[in-house]
Design a protein around this ligand. Structure first.
Ligand code: GRF
Length: 224
């Protein structure tokens, strides 16, 4: 497939960008999308280096240069639109977005969150899962709505919590699964198989998704 026909994906990051790398790797391996740009709110995000190495245009828009959240989001939207993306993906973008901004990307913005939503919205999910003595944990890809981590979930990966886990070991296993389900969801979108219906229900392959697609690890109890 030529680049002209591939869906254009813009990735928003704030940090390490391992999910960005998974998307880059999928695109390089022939997935039907191209990462058209990477935008970070932090100039020290390692994901910017990943973009540079892959020859992907990038930009930094520092939130500290804006007094009001709405002003930052307006500038962000202008910057994003300059890259004419078909889909915006949040990949560790540590900013709460205004409802106005989110509304402008209804049905064309995805996020990845490290929990089995609707459980454990927000930050520090791995620590909170351990504290709650959950037996399973995981990651979710969802369409972004104004409600933080509350948009309709498309696909999830489950990870068994092990007795010896600490937040770091658990995070590492969840992250490995994130790197599988995010490129998968983006691929579905790029192929025109995934969309958000006007009533807020995601559709996959021509049918409503009333529950997320569940991608289990092949060896849930022993390996990532
Ligand atoms: C991931 O755990 C993602 O789910 C969360 O932030 C983290 C980003 O990691 N939203 P990375 O920058 O993609 O490595």
């Amino acid at each position: 497939m030529t680049d002209a026909r591939r869906a254009r994906i813009l990735v928003l990051i704030s940090g390490g960008g391992s999910n960005l790398q998974a998307l880059i790797d999928a695109a390089t391996a022939g997935a039907p999308f191209v990462i058209s740009a990477v935008v970070s709110n932090r100039s020290d995000a390692f994901g910017l280096e990943r973009a540079r190495r892959a020859g992907i245009p990038s930009a930094v828009l520092d939130h500290r240069d804006y007094g009001e959240r709405a002003d930052y989001d307006a500038a962000l939207a202008t910057l994003i639109e300059s890259f004419t993306p078909d889909l915006v993906t949040l990949a560790g973008f540590m900013r709460i977005l205004t409802p106005h901004f989110v509304a402008g990307y209804s049905g064309r913005m995805l996020n990845i969150h490290p929990s089995l939503l609707p459980k454990f919205r927000g930050l520090q999910t791995h620590r909170r899962v351990l504290e709650a003595r959950e037996s399973e944990h995981g990651a979710s890809v969802h369409f972004v709505t104004a409600e933080l981590d509350g948009g309709p979930v498309v696909v999830q990966a489950r990870v068994a919590v092990r007795p010896e886990d600490d937040a770091e070991t658990l995070a590492a296993r969840v992250l490995a699964r994130e790197h599988v389900i995010y490129p998968l969801a983006v691929r579905w979108f790029a192929e025109g198989r995934l969309r958000l219906n006007a009533d807020g229900v995601p559709w996959l392959d021509g049918a409503p998704l009333h529950a997320p697609v569940l991608i289990d690890s092949p060896y849930p109890s022993t390996s990532p």
